[in-house]
Design a protein around this ligand. Structure first.
Ligand SMILES: [Zn+2]
Length: 314
């Protein structure tokens, strides 16, 4: 039987479980970091063994933190790179494949003997940036990850919006809105559909589009770095801006957020924050758009920070 976390504790623990590393952070009630440590994600050829090794590694990190800080049973949130089925509680779509089909939350609770809060990493990012990151002070924050995939999360008044189907903010597998001939042919997406936003705006999607449309054999980073010197790179950037503006306008028309925070590798392209809002007005159903488009503040730390905030948000 899991014990009830000590919600009056000053310390909240967050764990970010990634494909290559597991990281823990201890934040005090002011959001200040009191402890942080990372360890490589255990590997094993046997999925059952690897699964157990991951749980053991998480337990060791928690013990290290609580020993250092002299505190036990701190509220604990964990961010994972995958979705959690509301129906079964089991993990789906995780890139650490030994987690798929597991009731990870239940297994962790049994071994750690406490309740935990489990969320996907896009939601952890959203929470971190909304509470004391780039969206701090805003009541309605949409956070976007433009990385290997395109994810998103919604935080309203400091609370993560989960939704009936636990898919709120998952805009990446909607079709690209207001598409034109220049967006053809639509590319197949791993989800089984064609022309998803992710096939245009993720890092790999951007690369594929650039190869097909501009014959650019460059990484997304190289394309973004060469817009001043290479006309094709500038065209590719311009099309990316247009597609991002359209896609975010579709979100603004439904959610009408105060702030949209960008994360992931492509969020480091600073010109997007000026160029995208210049274009989205054409598609937003309003004569003025007051939504701010901002870069994340905590970068790679957002996942682990957001995991620590799960315990106060849900
Ligand atoms: Zn898709």
């Amino acid at each position: 039987m899991a014990s009830t976390p000590n919600t009056h504790s000053n310390i909240r623990l967050g764990i970010d479980l990634g494909g290559t590393k597991i990281e823990i952070i201890a934040l005090d009630h002011n959001g200040q970091q009191r402890f942080r440590k990372r360890t490589p994600t255990p590997k094993h050829l046997d999925a059952n063994s690897q699964y157990q090794l991951i749980i053991n590694a998480i337990q060791t990190l928690i013990e290290d933190s609580e020993k250092e800080l002299g505190q036990i049973d701190s509220p604990l949130g964990i961010g994972i790179p995958g979705a959690i089925s509301l129906k079964t509680g089991k993990i789906k779509n995780a890139n650490t494949t030994c987690l798929i089909g597991r009731d990870f939350k239940l297994d962790l609770q049994q071994q750690l003997k406490r309740d935990i809060y489990l969320e996907n990493d896009a939601n952890c990012f959203a929470l971190s940036e909304a509470i004391d990151g780039a969206g701090q002070g805003a009541s309605n924050v949409f956070s976007v990850i433009l990385g290997t995939g395109v994810g998103g999360g919604i935080v309203i008044n400091g609370q993560l919006l989960i939704g009936t189907n636990a898919i709120s903010g998952e805009w990446g597998h909607n079709p690209l809105p207001w598409s034109t001939e220049q967006d053809l042919p639509q590319q197949a997406c791993y989800c089984g559909k064609k022309g998803c936003i992710e096939t245009y705006l993720s890092g790999p999607g951007f690369n594929k589009q650039n190869q097909l449309q501009f014959d650019l054999q460059l990484s997304s980073h190289q394309v973004m770095a060469q817009t001043q010197s290479q006309p094709k790179a500038l065209q590719a950037y311009d099309l990316y801006v247009e597609r991002l503006a359209k896609s975010l306008a579709g979100v603004i028309n439904i959610l009408d957020p105060n702030v949209i925070v960008l994360g992931g590798g492509l969020s480091n392209v600073d010109s997007l924050y000026l160029d995208v809002p210049k274009r989205w007005g054409e598609y937003v159903f309003s004569d003025e758009v007051n939504t701010r488009l901002v870069k994340n503040i905590f970068g790679d730390s957002s996942g682990v920070r957001g995991a620590a905030y799960l315990a106060r948000s849900i």
